[in-house]
Design a protein around this ligand. Structure first.
Ligand SMILES: Cc1ncc(COP(=O)(O)O)c(C=O)c1O
Length: 418
C-alpha cells in the first residue's frame, strides 16, 4: 500500500513531466505516455484514439469490450437467421445510435425503442423499421409521432386503448398521414396492453375500421419470461405467455384480420421463442448486445447457474479513491452511476459492490490475494443496464485496454438530451 507521503511525492514527481500522468507509480511500468484530461478530450473530438488506454479515461465511465460485443451481435444474428426468426433489436439498454446501426448491419430488420426520443435519435441515424413499444399519449407525443411518420412512413408504435385509437384516427386524418399501429397485449406484465383473447380482437377490429390507421401486427412482451431462472422454467413461462398472445392472433385471423408481425420476446427467451412454429414472428431482444449481471445469473440451456450465451460487454470503469480500512475501499462510482449491491466486479468474484453515496461506491471483500490499491481501476458489471447507461453520455469502446472508438448515448429522457 502507498503511504500518503509517498503517494503525494509520486504525484508531484509525475506532474512535472509534460503530458505525463500524475500518480505515475500507479501506472504500469511499461507505460511511457499518458494524456491529460484536455488532451484526451481533444483526441476524442478528433476521433484520434491512437495510444489512448483505459488508464487515460476519466472515471466513472462506461467501457465497452468490442470483441465481446461483436461476438454477441454475431451470435444473436446467426441464431435468428438459422431459425428463420426476425430480429427487431430493442435499444432501451444502450440508447446509442452507433450500436443501433451496428445491430441493423448485423442482421436486425429494425429497432424497438422504449421512448419517443430513442425513436427520434435512431431514425436520425438512419435506422429503418422502428417500433415504439409504448403507446403515444398527449399532445407532445402526438406531434412527434406525426413528424416521425412523415419522415419514415414505416414507423410503427403500439396502441392499447380504444380512446387513444380514436384520437389517433382523428390526428392522422388532420395531418394526412397513415399511422402503422401494433396492438399491445398484456401477456402477464401488468403494466401495459389489453387483455389477451377477445379484448385484443376488439381493439384490432377498431384499428381496422379506422381509415387512417394500418394494423401492422400484435405485440406481447413477457417480462416474466425474460429473467425466469433456469431454462426449463423459462421455457414454460415464455410459452405460457406467448400462448396468451396467440389467443388474440388466432381470433384476429379467424375474423379475417391480417396479422403481419407478432412481436415480443427478450434476451432470456430468444432460443425458446425461436423454436415455436406458431408463435412470435420476430424477437425484441435488447440486452444481448451488452449484457448485465442480472442476466448472467438466470442459467442457460446448458446449466442453471450461469447464462453465458452472450458475454458481459459493458462495464463501469471506476477508480479506487480512498483506502483507510481493512477489507474495503471507496471507489468513484456510486448512486450517480446507479451501482447496486447485485453488481459484480469484472474478473474479481471475491469482491463485493456496495453503494456508499452519490459519488462513492464501496468495494468489500473477506479474503483476496490482490487487495485493490489506491489508484487502481476496477470494472463493475452492472445489474441493470438501462439505469446505469442512462447516467452517461458516451461509452468508450476498447479492445483490451486500448480505446478504439467512442459511441454516444443519446435519447435519454433528461432535458440535457431532449
Ligand atoms: C417491450 C420490451 N420489449 C423487449 C425488451 C427487451 O428485453 P431484454 O433487454 O431483456 O432483451 C424489453 C425490456 O425491458 C421491453 O420492455
Amino acid at each position: 500500500m502507498h503511504s500518503r507521503r509517498s503517494f503525494l511525492a509520486a504525484a508531484a514527481a509525475g506532474s512535472t513531466l509534460a503530458g505525463s500522468r500524475p500518480f505515475a507509480p500507479l501506472m504500469s511500468a511499461a507505460r511511457t505516455k499518458s494524456y491529460s484530461h484536455a488532451e484526451l478530450e481533444a483526441k476524442v473530438k478528433r476521433r484520434d484514439f491512437s495510444g489512448l488506454t483505459k488508464r487515460d479515461l476519466p472515471t466513472p465511465n462506461l467501457v465497452l469490450d468490442k470483441d465481446v460485443f461483436d461476438k454477441n451481435l454475431k451470435t444473436m444474428a446467426k441464431h435468428c437467421k438459422q431459425n428463420d426468426f426476425d430480429l427487431r433489436s430493442h435499444v432501451k439498454v444502450h440508447r446509442s445510435p452507433e450500436i443501433g446501426m451496428l445491430q441493423i448491419k448485423s442482421g436486425a430488420l429494425g429497432l424497438c425503442c422504449a421512448t419517443i426520443s430513442e425513436c427520434e435519435v435512431m431514425m436520425d441515424a438512419g435506422a429503418p423499421g422502428i417500433l415504439w413499444t409504448c403507446q403515444p399519449v398527449g399532445p407532445n407525443k402526438f406531434s412527434r409521432i406525426v413528424a416521425l411518420t412523415k419522415k419514415d412512413p414505416t414507423f410503427m408504435f403500439v396502441v392499447e386503448d380504444p380512446m387513444i385509437v380514436d384520437q389517433l384516427e382523428e390526428l392522422a386524418a388532420a395531418e394526412k398521414v397513415t399511422f402503422n399501429v401494433v396492438v399491445d397485449i398484456d401477456v402477464g406484465i401488468g403494466r401495459q396492453g389489453v387483455m389477451p383473447g377477445e379484448e385484443g380482437l376488439e381493439l384490432s377490429q377498431r384499428v381496422m375500421k379506422a381509415k387512417n390507421l394500418k394494423l401492422t401486427g400484435l405485440m406481447g412482451y413477457s417480462g416474466a419470461a425474460s429473467h425466469a431462472k433456469g431454462w426449463k422454467h423459462r421455457w414454460d413461462v415464455s410459452n405460457h405467455e406467448v400462448d396468451k398472445l396467440m389467443e388474440s392472433v388466432h381470433l384476429c385471423r379467424k375474423a379475417g384480420i391480417p396479422v403481419g408481425i407478432v412481436t415480443g420476446g427478450s434476451t432470456g427467451s430468444y432460443n425458446i421463442d425461436s423454436q415455436r412454429k406458431d408463435g412470435l414472428t420476430e424477437l425484441q431482444a435488447g440486452s444481448y448486445a451488452l449484457m448485465d449481471s442480472n442476466y448472467s445469473r438466470i442459467g442457460s440451456k446448458d446449466g442453471d447457474e450461469t447464462y453465458d450465451d452472450f458475454g458481459l460487454a459493458l462495464t463501469v470503469l471506476t477508480t479506487v479513491i480512498s483506502k483507510h480500512y481493512p477489507k474495503k475501499v471507496a471507489v468513484d462510482a456510486g448512486n450517480k452511476s446507479m451501482t447496486q449491491p447485485t453488481d459484480m466486479v469484472k474478473g474479481r468474484p471475491e469482491l463485493r459492490v456496495q453503494r456508499a453515496g452519490a459519488e462513492y461506491g464501496r468495494i468489500e471483500w473477506d479474503e483476496t490475494d490482490r487487495e485493490p490499491k489506491l489508484g487502481d481501476q476496477l470494472e463493475i458489471v452492472m445489474s441493470n443496464l438501462d439505469m446505469s447507461v442512462n447516467c452517461f453520455d458516451r461509452m468508450f469502446v476498447c479492445k483490451g485496454d486500448q480505446v478504439v472508438d467512442v459511441y454516444s448515448v443519446l435519447g435519454r429522457s433528461g432535458p440535457s438530451q431532449r
